[in-house]
Write a protein that binds this ligand. Structure first.
Ligand code: 13P
Length: 252
């Protein structure tokens, strides 16, 4: 049985004081709900250290939203793996579609980041997803396969066990349009088969594959009931403790 994960990507939202309010709301709310979910929150860099101290005695785990692949040096504005570790991060989101499309991160760079994260004891939440154009031209599987093969190049079978994959169709992110549970399941099954081919059947049964893209309390249950959907990477609905907790409580 794969433990389901509910992860919140706060994106570029929440000042320090707003982060304190949200993280505290999540920690307190979790005391009142029954859930089997593994809960991860990914605040902006400026809130990581403070949020880490707030979640210390809770089941909430900490992740960052990005990092650079070099250890240190003249990379103005960038953050290293060691810096993330030093403020308590266990996870890091890599290859998010906003990084790919707005900041032009290519697969090769995402692969370097994944390798660096793994070598630094950070667990990558590796995001992939097709655009609307790609889906409409029937190239969804081809695009995803390329992203997975390039992103996971030179990753070993044992390293794979520390990676969480997140399928986030670009057309469903922040649009209110969600993939249907059937559309998502079809892709997740494809991804699990691909992992089986690239690594082993055993690894493909263990690796967690999350769905992301307009996940809300109203659609979480139907998505999470699908066999190959091991959780959710939530954007908009994780910015209020109440809606995030409602999604978490679906996993029981
Ligand atoms: P939304 O839930 O706002 O669509 O964002 C999804 C996402 O990009 C999470 O990483």
């Amino acid at each position: 049985m794969r433990t389901k994960i509910i992860a919140g990507n706060w994106k570029m939202n929440k000042t320090l004081s707003e982060s304190i309010t949200l993280a505290s709301g999540i920690v307190n709310g979790l005391n009142n709900i029954n859930t089997k979910a593994e809960v991860i929150i990914c605040p902006p860099f400026t809130s990581l250290e403070t949020v880490n101290s707030l979640i210390k005695n809770s089941k909430v785990k900490l992740g960052a939203q990005n990092m650079h692949f070099e250890d240190h040096g003249a990379f103005t504005g960038e953050i290293s793996a060691a810096m993330l570790k030093s403020v308590g991060c266990e996870f890091v989101i890599l290859g998010h579609s906003e990084r790919r499309h707005i900041f032009m991160e290519p697969d090769e760079m995402i692969n370097k980041k994944i390798k660096k994260a793994l070598g630094s004891n950070l667990k990558p939440v590796f995001c992939i997803g097709e655009t609307l154009e790609e889906r409409e031209s029937n190239s969804t599987f081809k695009v995803l396969e390329t992203q997975v093969r390039n992103g996971l190049a030179n990753v070993t079978g044992s390293e794979l066990l520390n990676i969480i994959i997140a399928y986030e169709p670009v057309w469903a992110i922040g649009t209110g349009k969600t993939a249907t549970p059937e559309q998502a399941q079809e892709v997740h099954q494809f991804l699990r088969n691909l992992i089986s081919q690239m690594f082993s059947e055993e690894s493909s049964k263990i690796v967690r594959i999350l769905y992301g893209g307009s996940v809300k309390p109203s659609n979480a249950e139907s998505l999470l009931s699908k066999e190959d959907i091991d959780g959710a990477l939530v954007g908009g609905a994780c910015l209020q403790a109440e809606s995030f907790l409602q999604i978490i409580s679906v996993v029981n």
